[in-house]
Ligand binder design. Sequence first.
Ligand SMILES: [Zn+2]
Length: 97
Amino acid sequence: MANAKPHWMADAEEKHAAALQLAFETGTLARCRRHGECTFRGAKPLQAALALGEACYRAGSLASVYGSREEMISALEAVYREHWRSECPLCTKWMDE
Ligand SMILES: [Zn+2]
C-alpha cells in the first residue's frame, strides 16, 4: 500500500477511513455481523486505537494520510465520538420489538 502521495493530498474522507480502520483493528470499534454497515463501540478503549495509530504513524505507514500526529489523534477521537453506541442500533431495535 506504499504510495508516494504527499500527506496534503489525503482528503477528509481518507483520514476518516484510515481512523476507522485503526479502530476496527484494535477492537475499539466493531461492526455488526448482521448489519455490515453498522458501526458501534467495541470492547477496547479509545487508547488502544491511539496506541496503534501512534505505532503506525511512527513506522511511517500513516504519513501519507495524516500531516501530523495531532491530526491522526483528532481523526481517531472523531470516529470514536461519532460511533458512541455500545451495540448495533438495528439489532437493538429488533430486540425491542
Ligand atoms: Zn446489527
